[in-house]
Design a protein around this ligand. Structure first.
Ligand SMILES: [Zn+2]
Length: 257
């Protein structure tokens, strides 16, 4: 007996015609929970697309309030939302558009102290922050929890995407690529504010994150061990493969063959 309602069969009729998509995919999405950290230029399209795709539960985490300078790329917000908490506005908008998705709004910053509790009980984490330090904290917490993670970042006309899946032995993690001790977080952090970002470039990366998230939530494979680098002016997409580091402080040893 089908568990999918007639209404859902109509709503998702085009989606269901695509290869590797079935009623089972829809049921998996409906039964899944995903967490979006950072409801900004990346998090807005990710949240919109996952809710529109029929995701059951969506947890939004962001301590910030809407600012006028956010509006060109943070497409869940309008001028009247300035000064309000991003997660609160996002919950209202998504609730109107896609009421079947349950939203949990947490106006908090993810830190080393609270990461594990904020991210527990979710099937997938999508990192949409703009801070190196936060990504390292999220990467480590996801590794401990065994939860897959889709990381995106954007700066000016370029962007990056990385899928980390602690369930896949030897697939590497964020810290394999960007070792904490070799980075200069104080310099690189706040890059978006300091160097600027193009709305469509960040939107493209958000869509790439949503694409990988959708695949993982439907039980399809998403390539790990590689970093996608987008250049939006030439519309170039390069793939850089990397080997997990044996001395990685987070997943060390997982890459040994
Ligand atoms: Zn690692």
């Amino acid at each position: 007996m089908s568990l999918t309602s007639d209404e859902d069969l109509v709503r998702f009729s085009r989606f269901l015609l695509a290869p590797e998509v079935s009623e089972n995919s829809l049921q998996r999405l409906k039964a899944s929970s995903a967490t979006v950290i950072g409801v900004g230029g990346l998090g807005c399209p990710v949240a919109l697309y996952l809710a529109a795709a029929g995701l059951g539960r969506l947890r939004l985490i962001d301590p910030d309030k809407v600012e006028i300078s956010n509006l060109p790329r943070q497409i869940l917000f309008g001028p009247g939302d300035a000064g309000r908490t991003k997660v609160q506005v996002a919950t209202e908008r998504l609730g109107t558009l896609h009421p079947s998705t349950q939203i949990e709004a947490l106006a908090e910053a993810v830190t080393a102290n609270n990461a594990q509790s904020l991210l527990s009980g979710t099937n997938l984490v999508i990192d949409c922050t703009d801070r190196f330090a936060a990504r390292h904290v999220v990467n480590e917490a996801c590794h401990r929890l065994g939860v897959p993670l889709v990381i995106g970042s954007a700066l000016q006309w370029s962007g990056q995407l990385l899928v980390v899946d602690p369930r896949k032995k030897g697939s590497g993690c964020y810290a394999c690529l960007f070792p904490t001790e070799d980075e200069q977080p104080a310099v690189i952090d706040a890059a978006c504010g300091a160097y600027g970002v193009v709305s469509t470039a960040v939107g493209l990366v958000g869509l790439m994150q949503a694409n990988e998230a959708l695949k993982l939530l439907m039980g399809m494979p998403a390539p790990t061990g590689q970093l996608w680098q987008l250049e939006a002016r030439s519309l170039g997409l390069e793939t850089m493969r990397f080997r997990p580091r044996r001395d990685c402080l987070v997943c060390g040893g997982l890459g040994e063959e």
